[in-house]
Write a protein that binds this ligand. Structure first.
Ligand code: GDP
Length: 465
């Protein structure tokens, strides 16, 4: 009964968007994570595996036959780009498998499932349709929430302080410090500033860092080149008159908050029921302690967005509504032999605990997991080592790979990161890039994965019973 009542509540709430009947329950699943975390691959594989449920044994409604059919359906929001499922699936499963183009902006896809409830409900109720609306959006956009409480002066100071201690920041800091913000605005100069700052953000992203606000500088979409993205942090000048570079940057920063950040939270974020946050933890571990520490804070900030009362205007927007479940998943676990998956999960749990200590999720269920949305490797045992084998992206050749050992105690990694250690893990810990496997799929089988079915069970399983 809960599902039906709940479903009515939701559909009425979203009545103007609904293209279907009034009594069909809808789950709005947000999928986010920083750039390259694995969102596109996750969504593509999740949809394909929900449509062909042969490999979804840990999703109860798939295992017991509760899901009778699953099919794509027109999405309810006419102005959000559709997630390009068919193109992404063709990339992954074609004759020459390759990784699909990553998430650059928000997109949406509706999967509708015909579900026969089991247990007590099944006796009194026939099959019903449950809509799963998947909303894919960059995690960078959530980091922008942190800007809402900040003035341009505060943000500038913080951003410049951080850039100052990084090699990649030297050129931008030199530019910012040598420019008098009190001079009259000159558009070519403003553009050079924004470009220099964007180049710096790109460099720190490539180095494995995660604190690159404003989020749209790296993923501008159709805002590229607009004034709202043509600013940068700058030291406050002695005097900043109206029309000066500094005052104009300040105005654009405020416009970014009110015209870019707020609408995203109001129109999209506020409607999410369940959320998965994907994390390339192995990539950060590979990049070193600073990158992990940075990831730790970025994750706490991202998860902070789900804390009720995180922000006064956000609370007003949400109007008491909150995300019911948050899955925090390390992706690309197929880079590791399964004997190390527990350790990766322990690191994710420690990161989640760290965020939870800072942000009380007030009843939202949280879980940490290690997954691979698309398994690109097989396991082997060579010369006493547990290795994985796959086809290398760089050469196209098959290779066996031993990444080194993750510590049994996650504190060893997180503590070293927090203490600003320079290097770690006795042996150099490394990551390789594997191409998607040439898939040998039996008819009706979804793409191979690691624990995608468990992830689905946690996220939506209760609504399919
Ligand atoms: P997005 O930016 O979050 O949309 O990230 P993508 O889904 O495009 O993934 C980024 C890259 O991570 C891909 O191009 C792959 O190289 C890698 N990747 C993502 N998921 C997996 C996975 O399950 N296994 C492996 N081995 N690599 C993955």
């Amino acid at each position: 009964l809960y599902d039906i009542v709940d479903g009515i509540g939701r559909t009425v709430e979203g009545a103007t968007q609904s293209v279907t009947g009034v009594f069909e329950p809808t789950i709005r699943l947000g999928v986010t994570g920083l750039s390259r975390a694995g969102k596109t691959v996750f969504i593509t594989s999740l949809i394909a595996n929900l449509m062909n449920r042969a490999r979804m044994g840990q999703l109860q409604a798939a295992a017991d036959g509760g899901i009778q059919t699953a099919y794509l359906h027109p999405q309810p929001d006419d102005t959000i780009p559709r997630f390009d499922f068919e193109t992404h699936l063709a990339a992954l499963t074609g004759a020459e498998p390759h990784w699909p183009v990553s998430t650059r902006s928000i997109s949406e896809l509706r999967l509708s499932m015909r579900v026969q409830p089991t247990g007590l409900m099944g006796m009194v109720s026939g099959p019903r349709t449950v809509h799963l609306d998947i909303v894919d959006y960059p995690g960078e956009w959530l980091l922008d929430l942190g800007l809402m409480d900040k003035s341009y002066a505060d943000w500038s100071e913080e951003a410049l302080t951080r850039a100052n201690v990084r090699d990649a920041g030297a050129a931008f800091v030199a530019l910012a410090r040598s420019t008098d913000g009190g001079v009259a605005l000159d558009e070519p100069q403003a553009k050079r500033f924004a470009e220099a700052y964007t180049a710096y953000l790109q460099a720190i992203r490539d180095a494995g860092f995660s604190d690159y606000t404003p989020g749209r500088f790296l993923l501008p979409g159709d805002l590229a080149g607009s004034p709202v993205l043509t600013f940068a942090p700058m030291p406050a000048p002695e005097k900043a008159r109206r029309g000066s570079l500094y005052r104009e940057f300040e105005r654009r920063f405020e416009a970014y908050k009110s015209k870019v950040v707020k609408p995203f939270f109001r129109d999209h974020f506020s409607r999410i029921d369940r959320q998965v946050v994907l994390v390339d933890a192995l990539g950060a571990i590979h990049s070193g302690p600073q990158a992990v520490d940075d990831l730790r804070t970025a994750m706490a900030d991202i998860l902070g967005a789900f804390r009720p009362g995180a922000n006064a205007w956000l609370s007003q927007l949400l109007f008491g509504k909150r995300v019911e479940k948050i899955l925090f998943a390390a992706t690309k676990a197929d880079h590791l032999h399964h004997t190390q998956h527990g350790r990766l999960t322990a690191i994710m749990e420690a990161l989640l605990r760290d965020a939870r200590d800072r942000a009380d999720f007030a009843g939202a269920k949280t879980q940490a997991m290690s997954i691979a949305a698309l398994r690109a490797t097989t396991e082997d045992h060579l010369q006493g080592l547990d290795v994985v084998r796959g086809r290398l992206m760089s050469t196209g050749k098959q290779a066996a790979f031993y990444p080194g050992e993750l510590p049994a105690d996650p504190a060893k990694i997180i503590g070293a990161a927090r203490d600003g250690a320079n290097g770690w893990l006795d042996a150099e810990y490394s990551v390789m890039n594997f191409a998607p496997a040439t898939l040998n799929l039996a008819p009706g089988e979804g793409p191979p994965h690691i624990r995608l079915d468990r992830a689905a069970e946690f996220l939506i399983g209760d609504r399919l019973r």
